[in-house]
Design a protein around this ligand. Structure first.
Ligand code: ATP
Ligand code: MG
Length: 422
């Protein structure tokens, strides 16, 4: 029986992993430049955390969670998203108490979804969560920050920012009544999940991916017509900052987001280059969440970006770094030992150079083929003559230049000169 990767789980080959690493490094640098601090969070949480915070009748809790009993019959879940765990951590450790926090985390999330391009059962997110700041300026900061990330990654041109306001609890009660009454009139057009949500949580229906349901929604009343004055002022404040910083955005009254915890600001960064998996980043405000797990009322706002989808956007334009800069070929036992010394010496002097020592027993010709494939620009050749004379022979793999032999103790100077000319 052949054992293969579990459905929906991805292997990342070296080039893919390099793209993920590039995204992570870039995001980490930008988050740092805004003063955000990294935290580490468990992959496993109590199932109740997600039921309570994400919401019982969301897609995630209803059908996407990896839930299991541990040996103590405690119900545990592989985290499907990061906000709930981060809020739990912040509250449990007193970070939300009379303080302002800007936090971020990275890692895998798990959802039992139908796997397809840009949609997997294990995927990578980087999330940021801010606590203690009620005004629209922090909402705007998150949008400036994500905009800077996408610019640094070189994908900003293919992404658009969409924003909406969900208002406060009161505006939603009034809106819910109007929406329920409208949707009851077009009930025959709704898919099964949406019909059920008509009873439990009609706003959720906007999040449906069923085309027929989406067209039935076309004449629906819009939440923006039910917003309370404070939410309108908050949204205006956000828009003023985006306008003054000249961040392009579109108000999309249909964005509700797939989780229950949002109020007021919600936003998404979307692309049309990835088909149905077009959202690469989503976020919003969740002022009630800390209270919901037993803390004092604490404003919160955050976002999560999906690395897998951003990696797909970079696949064609990302330039991989060469596997090696210097490749060392040798023949004979003495030469191999000598090659190892030379390699360690180069690594001592030039920590950023990638140095590969050939470990096969092949002939020079075969070793130089591997040197070429490694992308290295220099091959150092060490045979019996070189060992006897304390020398290395340098072959330029990417330039039409004579090969040259130099004393090994001059290699450092040679490399320094070579690199300064590059
Ligand atoms: P979608 O509507 O595409 O299902 P979502 O609203 O469920 O997305 P969020 O919970 O907001 O997604 O997660 C934030 C980001 O994480 C998404 O914008 C996306 O980039 C990424 N993401 C979510 N689910 C997956 C998945 N199954 N595979 C890969 N990336 C994902
Ligand atoms: Mg989803």
């Amino acid at each position: 029986m052949k054992i293969q990767a579990v459905r929906g789980m991805q292997d990342l080959l070296p080039r893919q992993k390099e793209i993920f690493r590039f995204i992570e490094d870039t995001v980490r640098d930008v988050l740092g430049s805004y003063g955000y601090q990294e935290v580490g969070l468990p992959v496993i949480e109590s199932t109740n955390l997600f039921k309570r915070l994400v919401g019982e009748d969301t897609d995630i809790v209803e059908k996407e969670m990896y839930t299991f009993d541990d040996r103590n019959q405690e119900s545990l879940t592989l985290r499907p998203e990061g906000t709930a765990g981060c809020v739990r951590m912040a509250q449990e450790n007193g970070l939300t108490y009379n303080q302002v926090q800007r936090l971020w985390y990275a890692g895998p999330m798990f959802r039992y979804e139908r796997p397809q391009k840009g949609r997997y059962r294990q995927f990578e997110q980087i999330g940021a969560e801010c606590f203690g700041m009620p005004g629209p300026d922090i909402d705007a900061e998150l949008m400036l920050l994500t905009h800077r990330i996408f610019t640094a990654l070189g994908v900003a041109g293919d992404l658009g920012l969409e924003i909406n306001s969900l208002g406060g609890a009161e505006s939603r009660v009034a809106y819910r009544a109007a929406l329920t009454s409208y949707l009851s009139g077009v009930a025959t057009e709704l898919d099964e999940d949406s019909l059920r949500r008509l009873e439990t949580n009609p706003l959720r229906i906007f999040d449906s991916k069923v085309a027929r349901t989406q067209s039935a929604l076309e004449g629906a009343p819009l939440l923006q017509d039910f917003l309370d004055d404070e939410s309108i002022a908050h949204f205006d404040g956000l828009r003023r900052t985006l306008d003054s910083r000249q961040v392009p955005y579109r108000v999309n009254p249909r964005i509700v987001r797939g989780l229950d915890y949002y109020n007021r600001t919600v936003f998404e960064w979307v692309t049309d280059t990835l088909g149905a998996q077009g959202t690469v980043c989503g976020g919003g405000r969740y002022d009630g969440l800390v209270e919901q797990i037993g803390g004092k009322p604490t404003p919160g706002v955050g976002f999560a970006l999906g690395l897998d989808r951003i990696a797909l956007m970079l696949e064609d334009k990302f330039e991989s770094r060469h596997q090696a800069d210097v490749y060392i070929a040798s023949a004979g036992d003495k030469a191999r030992a000598y090659a190892l010394d030379v390699a360690e010496g180069v690594r001592d002097g030039f920590a950023s150079l990638r140095v590969i020592v050939d470990c096969g027993a092949g002939k020079f010709k075969a070793q130089l083929k591997k040197a070429d494939a490694s992308g290295a620009s220099l091959a150092l050749i060490i045979g019996e003559d070189e060992v006897a004379g304390g020398q290395v022979t340098i072959k330029h793999l990417r330039e039409d230049r004579e090969q040259q032999s130099i004393n090994t103790d001059e290699l450092g100077q040679f490399l320094a000169d070579y690199l300064s000319k590059e």
